[in-house]
Design a protein around this ligand. Sequence first.
Ligand SMILES: [Zn+2]
Length: 274
Amino acid sequence: MARDGGRRGDPPQSPPPLSVEVIDSHCHLDIMGGDVAHAIAAAQAVGIRRMVTVGIDLETSRWQARVAAEYPDVYAAVAIHPNEAAEGVDEHTYAEIAELAMLPKVRVIGETGLDYYRTPPERHAAQQESFRRHIAIAKQTRRTLMIHDRDAHDDTLRVLAEEGPPERVVFHAFSGDAAIAKVCSDAGYAMSFAGNVTFRNAQGLRDAAAVAPRDLLLVETDAPFLTPEPWRGRPNSPYLVPLTLRALATARGEDVDTLASAVAATSERMFGPW
Ligand SMILES: [Zn+2]
């Protein structure tokens, strides 16, 4: 969740469909509001067959797990978001996150990580402690770890290395530069790019996308946030993933279908089996 990128105005038009289906690796179906079945149908109509919907606290994590159980193509991520965790997290909450993680359609512990953009320094220790606990839950439940890292690249990578990463790690709404992308690729961490890769001022992000290995790339909306161009500022939704995927292919000088096939395979490795 990146809480900026406004939500004003009418919903954007659907882009032309992809010919190879991919998954939206990170959205918030609850925060988007509106009808879930409608959002899924609009996504599937343009080749976004599946989506991972992401909790930010206990209540929203329960909601994602429930919706994933109800809809075959929806998978859930459960965690306490770093901004919530900065206030401290009690043991009961960790226990319930671990319990939710064992449900069959819950494939991810996330979003967890560090957010120094919104958190004052005196709260960093609480945030790091929560991140460590979520890493432990991901390992214990053998789920994929999905990381929110905002203005905290060095500490995020350090804590992950100190704890020892779980088998599968995804950096959601990847925000590093080409050097951080290289560190992630050496460690085998997947990098999920959101609509901000399409922004005019995001050349650094496009450079990172260009050097990331193809088999570690994922694509997401972070809906309702981070709406891709040309709809920046409008409400985001999984059906807009094709815009971001095409921008990634352009940044990499790659064929869209080739990239989509790789993203689909990596998604299944990270969030599957379907
Ligand atoms: Zn998010």
